[in-house]
Design a protein around this ligand. Structure first.
Ligand code: AMP
Ligand code: MN
Ligand code: MN
Ligand code: MN
Length: 295
């Protein structure tokens, strides 16, 4: 397994079809410059960039294995605790057919509430004494279907209200701060079913980011596996390196495969470019890389 473990697959990246800023072409060129063996584009709740990206990858980087992907927003709570506030988690789908009807209907339903939620975010920020940022955020979203908190974060930076995007999320847009509007996303079971129906592989994105206690983390891994999930992101730009060994152990304990991806959004915003993270082998040589199923 060790040779496979060292390959430079980067399976989680965003374009301007969601809350990234690069075009598919620019992202593919960046991945090729960084000597990626494989690259997945995984925009939030949309496959709008996949057709263009598939063609661009063939033309610009024929040696790069391009993987059509998506990152689905999910509201999850442990089965035995239905009164608990759901946690927003993300499920990546790899190697999906972007034309699949069930997947597209599901993604459309997840995107549906984003504009109204954006209005409510803007109203909360106004109530906190900030200017109305709806039009700024909406203008920053290239895909009007995919208005995201990231676009509000960039609007806060552009107005000089915060120095950078991480301060935007520290002071605003997150639970307990102005500009956080709880939202009901997809069910875990539905998201995995849409991915699987489209011929894809479901991957639990950046589990260390959810701040669940160890009991609920175990429940999440078990429910994810039981509904057909295949792999877990261990090495990701959304984990800090000290979180890798713990997530690697959990992934192996649950018999799941491992994934790796920068979660790249924008130059100057995401510190580590696609193809620049440590390999899976650097973290734990016994991890079973999900790209064994992709090439
Ligand atoms: P949304 O789906 O509209 O709720 O936006 C979620 C996106 O916000 C994530 O995919 C990240 O790109 C971004 N985000 C969330 N938390 C942070 C953070 N602390 N720093 C930077 N970006 C963040
Ligand atoms: Mn994002
Ligand atoms: Mn995510
Ligand atoms: Mn992401």
């Amino acid at each position: 397994m060790s040779a496979e473990n060292r390959l430079n697959f980067d399976l989680h990246n965003h374009t301007s079809a969601s809350d990234g800023v690069l075009t598919p072409e620019a992202l593919i060129n960046l991945a090729a410059r960084n000597l990626c063996d494989g690259l997945a584009i995984t925009d939030h709740d949309t496959v709008a960039s996949i057709a263009v990206a598939t063609k661009a990858a063939r033309d610009l980087a024929p040696r790069l294995k391009f993987i059509a992907g998506v990152e689905i927003s999910v509201s999850w709570q442990p089965d035995d605790d239905l009164d608990a506030r759901p946690t927003t988690i993300h499920v990546v789908g790899l190697n999906i057919d972007p034309a699949n009807t069930e997947l597209n209907a599901g993604l459309a339903s997840v995107r549906g509430g984003r504009i109204l939620r954006g209005r409510a975010i803007a109203e909360q920020l106004v109530a906190a004494g900030l200017p109305d940022l709806f039009d700024d955020a909406y203008a920053a979203a290239e895909n009007k279907d995919m208005l995201s908190r990231t676009h509000f974060g960039r609007a806060l930076v552009a107005r000089g209200i915060v120095p950078d995007i991480s301060s935007a999320f520290d002071r605003f847009l997150t639970p307990g701060n102005p500009g956080f509007v709880p939202h009901r996303w997809a069910n875990l079971v539905d998201a995995v079913r849409w991915i699987t129906a489209a011929g894809g592989i479901a991957v639990l994105a950046h589990p260390a980011r959810y701040r669940l206690d160890s009991q609920d983390t175990d429940k999440l891994f078990a429910s994810f596996r039981d509904c057909g999930g295949v792999a877990v992101e261990v090495v990701t730009g959304s984990h800090s390196p000290d979180e890798y060994p713990h997530i690697a152990r959990l992934t192996r304990r649950f018999g799941l495969m491992a994934s790796r991806g920068a979660d790249y959004h924008a130059p100057g915003e995401t510190p580590i470019e696609p193809g620049r993270l440590p390999t899976l082998a650097d973290v734990d040589d016994r991890l079973d890389p999900v790209w064994r199923l992709l090439h």
